[in-house]
Design a protein around this ligand. Structure first.
Ligand code: FAD
Length: 286
């Protein structure tokens, strides 16, 4: 696919190529009243030098977020910083980043990738949460296993998870493929979080689902310090972001950036060709 065409896609969803680009976007989102989480694009890195460069860039991000007084945490994919080399490599990299995050009173969320590494990602999370209280995880409601994975987390008081539907292509043996099944599991997991006083990031653009989430928030009288809404940078949400703000609910925007914008965009388009339709629709909406 020609780069010029993909750039149209990327421009909407990717906040530039370097630290300065992304922090300018973060700063203007903060001014509009949104918190953010920043992600450097890239996954499945196997070259140690490249991985070290990415870890160094995440270091710089934590420092600059602090220096510029921005309201942003960071989200990281395990295969971006070493899981494809070894569990020990990724553990050491997360440990050094969490030390820095702790120093700056910041937070790190481990993104969830495809089901082939769910076990390793959960093992990593369990290890890190036994040492740090500023690390969070993600559960995907399309996986059959996710509800049990959530229930099996031992210390619920330190659990902070993002709930999303899941973006990877998964087999029907392990994942729901039907819209209603995915949403029902999403709501079941959200209800579990509310019943057990667990902090949850409600990450979805599905406005029907968001309406149901509001019903649960009201049903359980959940206070606004126990959850936040999360959206991807560039996805239009009609009036929903204003609605959240009017209710004094936190909204966090996930802001990806980096040199790998082309590869990222192609992967996203391949995984979900409907995205191209959204982009064209959004161009017209704008
Ligand atoms: C903050 C955040 C973090 C995420 N982190 C992860 C993660 O760690 N692991 C993971 O597997 N997945 C992650 N995801 C992706 C998620 O799993 C879904 O694939 C994605 O959000 C689309 O599902 P949906 O809930 O928005 O509902 P859908 O039913 O897929 O979409 C609902 C509506 O939202 C709109 N929409 C959805 N996506 C887009 C888009 N890209 N552009 C324009 N419009 C769109 C469309 O109008 C669509 O009809 C994350 C999503 C968010 C919002």
């Amino acid at each position: 696919m020609p780069k010029s065409l993909v750039r149209i896609f990327a421009k909407q969803y990717v906040a530039g190529e370097n630290v300065n680009d992304v922090l300018e976007v973060v700063s203007s989102l903060n001014k509009e009243g949104f918190k953010t989480t920043v992600d450097i694009l890239g996954e499945h890195f196997t070259d140690e030098n490249e991985i070290n460069e990415i870890v160094a860039e995440y270091n710089e991000l934590y420092k600059e977020i602090h220096n510029r007084n921005l309201d942003s945490n960071i989200s990281i994919k395990p295969t971006h910083i070493g899981l494809d080399i070894s569990y020990v490599t990724v553990l050491l990299n997360f440990t050094s980043l969490l030390d820095l995050a702790k120093k700056y009173n910041n937070f790190l969320r481990i993104d969830m990738e495809s089901s082939s590494i769910t076990d390793d990602t959960l093992k990593l999370y369990r290890k890190l949460i036994s040492i740090y209280d500023n690390v969070g995880i993600v559960f995907q409601s399309y996986l059959h296993r996710s509800y049990d994975d959530l229930k099996n987390i031992k210390n619920k008081s330190t659990l902070n998870f993002r709930l999303c539907k899941g973006i990877y292509k998964e087999s029907g043996n392990i994942a729901f493929s039907n819209y209603h099944d995915i949403n029902n599991n999403y709501l079941k997991m959200l209800e579990y979080a509310f019943e057990n006083d667990i902090y949850v990031g409600i990450a979805t653009h599905d406005t029907n689902l968001i309406d149901k989430c509001y019903e649960l928030i009201n049903k359980y009288n959940v206070t606004s310090d126990k959850f936040e809404f999360q959206v991807l940078y560039g996805v239009p949400m009609d009036n929903y972001l204003n609605k959240h703000k009017q209710n004094n609910y936190t909204v966090r925007v996930y802001v990806p950036y980096g040199k790998q914008w082309y590869e990222y965009s192609i992967r996203r388009i391949k995984e979900n060709p409907n995205i191209l339709i959204y982009v064209v629709k959004n161009l017209f909406k704008r």
